[in-house]
Ligand binder design. Sequence first.
Ligand code: PLP
Length: 282
Amino acid sequence: RVVYVNGSYVPENEGKVSIFDRGFLFADGIYEVTAVINGKLVDYEPHAERLERSLNEISMAWPCSKAELRQMHEELIKRNKLDEGIIYIQVTRGSADRDFKFPKEAKSTLIGFTQVQKLLENPNAPAGVKVVTIPDIRWARRDIKSVMLLAPVLGKQRAYEEGAFEGWMVEDGKVTEGTSSNAYIVKDGKVITRPLSNSILAGCTRRSLFRMAKEEGVVIEERLFTPEEAYAADEAFLTSASNFVLPIVEIDGKRVGGGQPGPVVRKLREIYLDEARRQAGL
Ligand code: PLP
């Protein structure tokens, strides 16, 4: 693989940053993950906009121009001949002698790499996945896509150890979101998901799905919901750039909707895939 590090494209074993990088020392950084299909970026703009917002919220400088960032994405696809997968990019506040305060001189670090992944034919989509609920122990600014991911790492590991694909985090008795995805249930044909706030990340997939669902006449109700409501839901699903719309068939060992992906989620996944294929020129 060829990776990007601060302006250079190098073989992955030569891609290095300083041990003093603030991303490494303080998790003082922001990231984005964008899907690639047929060598084309899917929904690139919302990701670039969210990166800008995240950087602004933590007063971090852009490491390059917006055009250069897009160019870096295109170049990584080309150099790696990436057909289907994701591009991960990360910006940190650069490297400087360890001190909590922002360094005066440091220049932002920018890295990027590709990962091959099956997105259109996601092996988990046909049967759906299991989730377990876990306490949401993250900080109060989950709207910022920060690389400070220890809570999601522990949460995903616990879910995995319990035989589940994802952990749904719960705060004050209500589901916030998945460790790396947004969370939804379907009841009486209506899609229910938590409204945007500092408590969750504003998913780019969520945003696109809302637009498509509206066009299809699918009603989305933005409100909090409890795990108990989720157990009793007709359907459940998650969204993320690397899974698009993924059916959930079991929550905390309780089968949802008879343990099969239901009609609403199957339709939403199809609509999403159609749009992704269209953007990819397929
Ligand atoms: N929520 C969290 C906590 C995430 O980490 C992610 C993606 O990584 C999402 C939601 C989904 O966001 P997107 O659809 O932009 O991938």
